[in-house]
Design a protein around this ligand. Structure first.
Ligand SMILES: *Cc1c(COP(=O)(O)O)cnc(C)c1O
Length: 360
Protein backbone atom coordinates (compact mmCIF):
# COMPACT_ATOMS: atom_id res chain seq x y z
CA UNK A 1 0.00 0.00 0.00
CA UNK A 2 1.27 3.48 -0.87
CA UNK A 3 -0.36 6.55 0.65
CA UNK A 4 0.08 9.82 -1.23
CA UNK A 5 0.69 13.23 0.29
CA UNK A 6 -2.75 14.64 -0.39
CA UNK A 7 -2.83 18.46 -0.54
CA UNK A 8 -6.55 18.55 -1.36
CA UNK A 9 -8.52 21.55 -0.05
CA UNK A 10 -11.36 19.20 0.95
CA UNK A 11 -12.42 16.52 1.44
CA UNK A 12 -8.89 16.26 2.72
CA UNK A 13 -6.29 14.00 4.22
CA UNK A 14 -7.13 12.33 7.55
CA UNK A 15 -4.83 10.92 10.24
CA UNK A 16 -3.68 7.49 9.09
CA UNK A 17 -4.07 6.04 12.60
CA UNK A 18 -7.75 7.02 12.55
CA UNK A 19 -8.31 5.34 9.19
CA UNK A 20 -6.59 2.20 10.45
CA UNK A 21 -8.71 2.10 13.58
CA UNK A 22 -11.91 2.62 11.56
CA UNK A 23 -10.84 -0.14 9.19
CA UNK A 24 -10.23 -2.48 12.14
CA UNK A 25 -13.64 -1.69 13.59
CA UNK A 26 -15.49 -1.73 10.29
CA UNK A 27 -17.30 -5.06 10.60
CA UNK A 28 -17.65 -5.29 14.36
CA UNK A 29 -17.54 -2.20 16.54
CA UNK A 30 -16.39 -3.12 20.08
CA UNK A 31 -18.03 -6.53 20.03
CA UNK A 32 -21.42 -5.17 18.98
CA UNK A 33 -21.41 -7.47 15.95
CA UNK A 34 -22.12 -4.55 13.60
CA UNK A 35 -20.50 -1.66 11.83
CA UNK A 36 -21.14 1.84 13.21
CA UNK A 37 -22.83 2.48 9.85
CA UNK A 38 -25.44 -0.16 10.64
CA UNK A 39 -26.36 1.02 14.13
CA UNK A 40 -29.56 2.70 15.18
CA UNK A 41 -28.83 6.31 16.06
CA UNK A 42 -31.02 5.74 19.13
CA UNK A 43 -29.25 2.58 20.27
CA UNK A 44 -26.95 2.65 23.32
CA UNK A 45 -23.82 2.01 21.22
CA UNK A 46 -24.28 4.99 18.95
CA UNK A 47 -25.50 7.24 21.75
CA UNK A 48 -22.19 6.52 23.50
CA UNK A 49 -20.19 7.29 20.32
CA UNK A 50 -22.14 10.53 19.84
CA UNK A 51 -21.77 11.62 23.46
CA UNK A 52 -18.03 10.95 23.44
CA UNK A 53 -17.53 12.91 20.20
CA UNK A 54 -19.41 15.87 21.67
CA UNK A 55 -17.48 15.66 24.94
CA UNK A 56 -14.15 15.61 23.09
CA UNK A 57 -15.16 18.58 20.91
CA UNK A 58 -16.12 20.52 24.05
CA UNK A 59 -12.89 19.62 25.80
CA UNK A 60 -10.61 20.37 22.85
CA UNK A 61 -12.20 23.72 22.09
CA UNK A 62 -12.96 24.66 25.69
CA UNK A 63 -16.64 25.20 24.91
CA UNK A 64 -18.39 26.99 27.80
CA UNK A 65 -21.45 25.34 29.39
CA UNK A 66 -23.84 27.95 27.95
CA UNK A 67 -23.08 26.83 24.40
CA UNK A 68 -24.70 23.95 22.52
CA UNK A 69 -22.60 21.69 20.32
CA UNK A 70 -24.70 20.41 17.41
CA UNK A 71 -23.86 17.79 14.81
CA UNK A 72 -25.87 18.70 11.74
CA UNK A 73 -25.99 18.18 7.98
CA UNK A 74 -25.98 20.55 5.03
CA UNK A 75 -22.34 21.63 5.17
CA UNK A 76 -21.11 25.18 5.40
CA UNK A 77 -23.00 26.13 2.26
CA UNK A 78 -26.15 24.92 3.99
CA UNK A 79 -25.21 27.07 6.99
CA UNK A 80 -25.09 30.11 4.70
CA UNK A 81 -28.89 29.87 4.76
CA UNK A 82 -29.36 28.14 8.12
CA UNK A 83 -27.52 30.88 10.05
CA UNK A 84 -29.69 33.76 8.82
CA UNK A 85 -32.87 31.67 9.09
CA UNK A 86 -32.08 31.14 12.76
CA UNK A 87 -30.48 34.43 13.75
CA UNK A 88 -31.52 37.30 11.50
CA UNK A 89 -35.03 37.40 12.95
CA UNK A 90 -33.72 39.39 15.92
CA UNK A 91 -33.48 42.67 13.95
CA UNK A 92 -33.90 41.67 10.30
CA UNK A 93 -30.36 42.73 9.39
CA UNK A 94 -26.82 41.42 9.61
CA UNK A 95 -23.26 42.56 8.88
CA UNK A 96 -20.91 40.52 6.69
CA UNK A 97 -17.16 41.01 6.32
CA UNK A 98 -16.07 39.86 2.88
CA UNK A 99 -12.55 38.45 2.73
CA UNK A 100 -12.81 36.01 -0.17
CA UNK A 101 -14.98 33.68 -2.19
CA UNK A 102 -16.48 31.88 0.79
CA UNK A 103 -17.61 34.88 2.82
CA UNK A 104 -18.90 36.48 -0.37
CA UNK A 105 -21.00 33.40 -1.01
CA UNK A 106 -22.27 33.50 2.58
CA UNK A 107 -23.43 37.12 2.18
CA UNK A 108 -25.11 36.44 -1.17
CA UNK A 109 -27.14 33.59 0.29
CA UNK A 110 -28.05 35.53 3.43
CA UNK A 111 -29.67 38.28 1.31
CA UNK A 112 -32.63 35.97 0.82
CA UNK A 113 -33.47 36.31 4.49
CA UNK A 114 -32.88 39.92 5.45
CA UNK A 115 -30.94 43.12 4.91
CA UNK A 116 -27.24 42.39 4.53
CA UNK A 117 -24.67 45.12 5.05
CA UNK A 118 -21.12 44.63 3.79
CA UNK A 119 -19.22 45.90 6.82
CA UNK A 120 -15.86 45.62 5.04
CA UNK A 121 -14.50 43.95 1.92
CA UNK A 122 -11.09 42.92 0.72
CA UNK A 123 -12.27 42.54 -2.86
CA UNK A 124 -10.62 45.80 -4.02
CA UNK A 125 -7.28 44.25 -3.11
CA UNK A 126 -8.22 40.95 -4.79
CA UNK A 127 -8.74 39.35 -1.38
CA UNK A 128 -5.04 39.30 -0.51
CA UNK A 129 -5.53 40.86 2.94
CA UNK A 130 -8.09 40.99 5.76
CA UNK A 131 -9.54 44.52 6.10
CA UNK A 132 -8.37 46.11 9.35
CA UNK A 133 -11.01 46.43 12.05
CA UNK A 134 -10.60 50.24 11.93
CA UNK A 135 -12.05 50.13 8.38
CA UNK A 136 -15.11 48.09 9.34
CA UNK A 137 -18.47 49.84 9.29
CA UNK A 138 -20.48 47.86 11.81
CA UNK A 139 -24.17 48.42 12.47
CA UNK A 140 -25.01 48.28 16.18
CA UNK A 141 -28.49 47.09 15.16
CA UNK A 142 -27.26 44.03 13.28
CA UNK A 143 -28.44 40.62 14.48
CA UNK A 144 -24.89 39.31 14.05
CA UNK A 145 -21.58 39.94 12.29
CA UNK A 146 -20.42 37.15 9.98
CA UNK A 147 -16.80 36.40 9.15
CA UNK A 148 -14.92 33.53 7.52
CA UNK A 149 -11.92 32.82 9.77
CA UNK A 150 -9.92 31.19 6.98
CA UNK A 151 -10.58 31.72 3.29
CA UNK A 152 -9.80 28.34 1.76
CA UNK A 153 -9.42 29.62 -1.80
CA UNK A 154 -7.51 32.90 -1.32
CA UNK A 155 -5.42 31.68 1.62
CA UNK A 156 -6.10 34.57 4.02
CA UNK A 157 -6.75 33.90 7.70
CA UNK A 158 -7.62 36.01 10.73
CA UNK A 159 -4.81 36.11 13.26
CA UNK A 160 -6.74 38.50 15.49
CA UNK A 161 -10.21 38.45 16.98
CA UNK A 162 -12.67 41.12 15.81
CA UNK A 163 -14.47 43.18 18.44
CA UNK A 164 -18.18 43.36 17.61
CA UNK A 165 -19.34 44.70 20.98
CA UNK A 166 -22.71 43.30 21.97
CA UNK A 167 -23.46 42.03 18.47
CA UNK A 168 -22.79 38.26 18.25
CA UNK A 169 -19.83 37.25 16.10
CA UNK A 170 -20.56 34.34 13.74
CA UNK A 171 -17.67 32.52 12.07
CA UNK A 172 -17.41 30.04 9.23
CA UNK A 173 -14.42 28.01 10.48
CA UNK A 174 -14.76 25.22 7.93
CA UNK A 175 -11.13 25.26 6.90
CA UNK A 176 -9.40 26.07 10.19
CA UNK A 177 -11.59 24.54 12.88
CA UNK A 178 -9.47 22.83 15.55
CA UNK A 179 -6.26 23.97 13.87
CA UNK A 180 -5.54 26.25 16.85
CA UNK A 181 -7.17 27.18 20.16
CA UNK A 182 -10.01 29.72 19.91
CA UNK A 183 -11.81 31.61 22.66
CA UNK A 184 -15.31 30.28 22.00
CA UNK A 185 -16.81 32.72 24.50
CA UNK A 186 -15.98 35.58 22.11
CA UNK A 187 -18.28 34.10 19.46
CA UNK A 188 -22.04 33.81 19.28
CA UNK A 189 -21.85 30.97 16.80
CA UNK A 190 -19.17 28.91 15.06
CA UNK A 191 -19.88 26.52 12.21
CA UNK A 192 -17.70 24.23 10.13
CA UNK A 193 -18.06 21.44 7.64
CA UNK A 194 -16.08 18.44 8.84
CA UNK A 195 -14.22 17.53 5.67
CA UNK A 196 -11.19 19.83 5.98
CA UNK A 197 -9.91 19.17 9.49
CA UNK A 198 -12.32 16.91 11.35
CA UNK A 199 -13.52 13.97 9.30
CA UNK A 200 -15.71 12.97 6.37
CA UNK A 201 -18.04 15.28 4.48
CA UNK A 202 -21.70 15.19 5.46
CA UNK A 203 -21.20 16.44 9.02
CA UNK A 204 -21.44 20.08 10.08
CA UNK A 205 -20.33 21.14 13.55
CA UNK A 206 -22.28 24.06 15.03
CA UNK A 207 -21.37 25.67 18.35
CA UNK A 208 -24.03 28.17 19.38
CA UNK A 209 -24.65 30.29 22.47
CA UNK A 210 -27.89 29.47 24.31
CA UNK A 211 -29.45 32.92 24.03
CA UNK A 212 -29.29 32.78 20.21
CA UNK A 213 -31.66 29.82 20.09
CA UNK A 214 -35.37 30.28 19.52
CA UNK A 215 -35.37 33.21 17.08
CA UNK A 216 -35.78 31.24 13.83
CA UNK A 217 -38.03 32.64 11.12
CA UNK A 218 -41.24 30.59 10.68
CA UNK A 219 -40.13 29.25 7.28
CA UNK A 220 -36.98 27.67 8.75
CA UNK A 221 -37.06 23.90 8.16
CA UNK A 222 -37.36 22.05 11.48
CA UNK A 223 -34.29 19.91 10.74
CA UNK A 224 -32.28 23.15 10.41
CA UNK A 225 -33.74 24.85 13.47
CA UNK A 226 -30.94 25.09 16.06
CA UNK A 227 -33.38 25.14 18.98
CA UNK A 228 -35.15 21.98 17.87
CA UNK A 229 -31.85 20.26 17.18
CA UNK A 230 -30.47 21.35 20.56
CA UNK A 231 -33.56 20.05 22.36
CA UNK A 232 -33.24 16.74 20.51
CA UNK A 233 -29.48 16.38 21.17
CA UNK A 234 -28.82 16.73 17.40
CA UNK A 235 -31.20 13.83 16.76
CA UNK A 236 -34.26 15.69 15.48
CA UNK A 237 -33.48 13.84 12.25
CA UNK A 238 -31.06 10.95 11.77
CA UNK A 239 -27.62 12.52 12.17
CA UNK A 240 -24.65 11.59 9.92
CA UNK A 241 -23.73 8.71 12.23
CA UNK A 242 -20.62 7.36 10.55
CA UNK A 243 -19.17 10.84 10.03
CA UNK A 244 -19.74 11.61 13.74
CA UNK A 245 -17.92 8.39 14.68
CA UNK A 246 -14.90 9.27 12.50
CA UNK A 247 -14.87 12.85 13.80
CA UNK A 248 -14.82 11.43 17.33
CA UNK A 249 -11.74 9.36 16.46
CA UNK A 250 -10.08 12.43 14.93
CA UNK A 251 -10.84 14.45 18.09
CA UNK A 252 -9.30 11.72 20.22
CA UNK A 253 -6.24 11.81 17.99
CA UNK A 254 -5.90 15.61 18.50
CA UNK A 255 -6.22 15.09 22.23
CA UNK A 256 -3.49 12.44 22.19
CA UNK A 257 -1.27 14.90 20.33
CA UNK A 258 -1.57 17.29 23.27
CA UNK A 259 -4.69 19.26 22.33
CA UNK A 260 -5.12 22.26 20.07
CA UNK A 261 -2.11 24.19 21.39
CA UNK A 262 0.15 21.34 20.26
CA UNK A 263 -1.78 21.01 17.00
CA UNK A 264 -1.25 24.73 16.35
CA UNK A 265 2.50 24.48 16.97
CA UNK A 266 2.70 21.65 14.48
CA UNK A 267 0.69 23.68 11.94
CA UNK A 268 2.92 26.73 12.44
CA UNK A 269 6.05 24.67 11.91
CA UNK A 270 4.63 23.19 8.69
CA UNK A 271 3.49 26.51 7.26
CA UNK A 272 6.85 28.10 8.09
CA UNK A 273 8.72 25.53 5.99
CA UNK A 274 6.63 26.44 2.96
CA UNK A 275 6.38 30.23 3.43
CA UNK A 276 10.09 30.58 4.22
CA UNK A 277 10.88 28.92 0.94
CA UNK A 278 8.30 30.96 -1.01
CA UNK A 279 9.84 34.13 0.43
CA UNK A 280 13.40 33.26 -0.54
CA UNK A 281 12.47 32.00 -4.00
CA UNK A 282 12.23 34.28 -7.03
CA UNK A 283 10.54 31.54 -9.00
CA UNK A 284 7.47 31.09 -6.78
CA UNK A 285 5.30 33.74 -5.15
CA UNK A 286 2.41 34.03 -2.70
CA UNK A 287 0.25 37.17 -3.01
CA UNK A 288 -1.12 37.35 0.55
CA UNK A 289 -0.16 40.07 3.08
CA UNK A 290 2.28 38.43 5.50
CA UNK A 291 0.22 39.12 8.62
CA UNK A 292 -2.88 37.53 7.06
CA UNK A 293 -1.36 34.39 5.59
CA UNK A 294 -3.26 31.18 6.13
CA UNK A 295 -1.61 28.34 8.03
CA UNK A 296 -4.00 25.95 6.30
CA UNK A 297 -4.17 26.86 2.60
CA UNK A 298 -1.12 28.22 0.83
CA UNK A 299 -1.71 29.47 -2.71
CA UNK A 300 1.36 30.10 -4.83
CA UNK A 301 2.22 30.87 -8.42
CA UNK A 302 5.08 29.82 -10.63
CA UNK A 303 6.95 32.61 -12.41
CA UNK A 304 5.65 31.31 -15.73
CA UNK A 305 2.20 29.72 -15.73
CA UNK A 306 2.98 27.72 -18.88
CA UNK A 307 5.00 25.50 -16.50
CA UNK A 308 1.96 24.73 -14.29
CA UNK A 309 1.09 21.52 -16.08
CA UNK A 310 4.64 20.17 -15.85
CA UNK A 311 4.82 21.12 -12.17
CA UNK A 312 1.63 19.22 -11.34
CA UNK A 313 2.69 16.19 -13.36
CA UNK A 314 6.07 16.03 -11.66
CA UNK A 315 4.45 16.37 -8.23
CA UNK A 316 2.02 13.57 -9.01
CA UNK A 317 4.89 11.32 -10.07
CA UNK A 318 6.38 11.88 -6.60
CA UNK A 319 3.12 11.03 -4.82
CA UNK A 320 2.00 14.61 -4.14
CA UNK A 321 -1.50 15.26 -5.38
CA UNK A 322 -4.23 17.91 -5.54
CA UNK A 323 -1.89 20.90 -5.76
CA UNK A 324 -3.77 22.70 -8.52
CA UNK A 325 -5.05 26.08 -7.38
CA UNK A 326 -8.71 27.01 -7.44
CA UNK A 327 -9.84 27.99 -10.93
CA UNK A 328 -10.70 31.52 -9.74
CA UNK A 329 -7.10 32.29 -8.70
CA UNK A 330 -5.07 29.84 -10.82
CA UNK A 331 -1.58 28.64 -9.97
CA UNK A 332 -1.10 26.18 -7.15
CA UNK A 333 -2.50 25.71 -3.67
CA UNK A 334 -1.12 23.46 -0.97
CA UNK A 335 -3.71 22.68 1.69
CA UNK A 336 -1.83 21.62 4.79
CA UNK A 337 -4.53 20.83 7.33
CA UNK A 338 -3.92 19.23 10.73
CA UNK A 339 -3.48 15.73 9.32
CA UNK A 340 -0.80 16.69 6.78
CA UNK A 341 2.50 15.56 8.30
CA UNK A 342 5.49 17.92 8.21
CA UNK A 343 7.23 15.30 6.03
CA UNK A 344 4.63 16.07 3.33
CA UNK A 345 5.46 19.78 3.39
CA UNK A 346 9.21 19.07 3.38
CA UNK A 347 8.76 16.73 0.41
CA UNK A 348 6.81 19.44 -1.41
CA UNK A 349 9.49 22.07 -0.78
CA UNK A 350 12.24 19.67 -1.89
CA UNK A 351 10.33 19.07 -5.11
CA UNK A 352 9.72 22.79 -5.61
CA UNK A 353 13.48 23.45 -5.28
CA UNK A 354 14.27 20.71 -7.75
CA UNK A 355 11.71 22.06 -10.21
CA UNK A 356 13.05 25.59 -9.80
CA UNK A 357 16.60 24.37 -10.45
CA UNK A 358 15.43 22.74 -13.68
CA UNK A 359 13.19 25.50 -14.97
CA UNK A 360 14.18 28.69 -13.15
C1 LIG B 1 -15.21 24.07 2.04
C2 LIG B 1 -15.78 25.32 2.56
C3 LIG B 1 -17.16 25.62 2.44
C4 LIG B 1 -18.12 24.71 1.71
O1 LIG B 1 -18.46 23.61 2.44
P1 LIG B 1 -19.59 22.59 1.93
O2 LIG B 1 -19.37 21.41 2.78
O3 LIG B 1 -19.36 22.31 0.47
O4 LIG B 1 -20.91 23.20 2.17
C5 LIG B 1 -17.61 26.80 2.99
N1 LIG B 1 -16.78 27.64 3.63
C6 LIG B 1 -15.47 27.39 3.75
C7 LIG B 1 -14.60 28.36 4.47
C8 LIG B 1 -14.93 26.22 3.21
O5 LIG B 1 -13.62 25.98 3.34
Amino acid sequence: MTRVFNFSPGPATLPESVLRQAAGEMLDWHGSGMSVMEMSHRGKEFIAIHAEAEQLARELMGVPANYKVLFMQGGAIGENAIVPMNLIGATGKADYVITGDWSKKSATEAKKYGTINTAASGEGGKFTAIPKQSEWKLDAGASYVHICSNETIGGVQYHWLPDTGKVPLVADMSSDIMSRPVDVARYGLIYAGAQKNMGPSGLTLVIVRDDLLGHAIPACPSAFNYKLQAEADSMFNTPPTYAIYIAGLVFKHFKQQGGLKAVEEHNRAKAKVLYDYLDESKFYSNPVAKEDRSLMNVPFKLKDDSLDEAFLKGAQAKGMIQLKGHRSVGGMRASIYNAMPIEGVKALVAYMKEFEAQHG
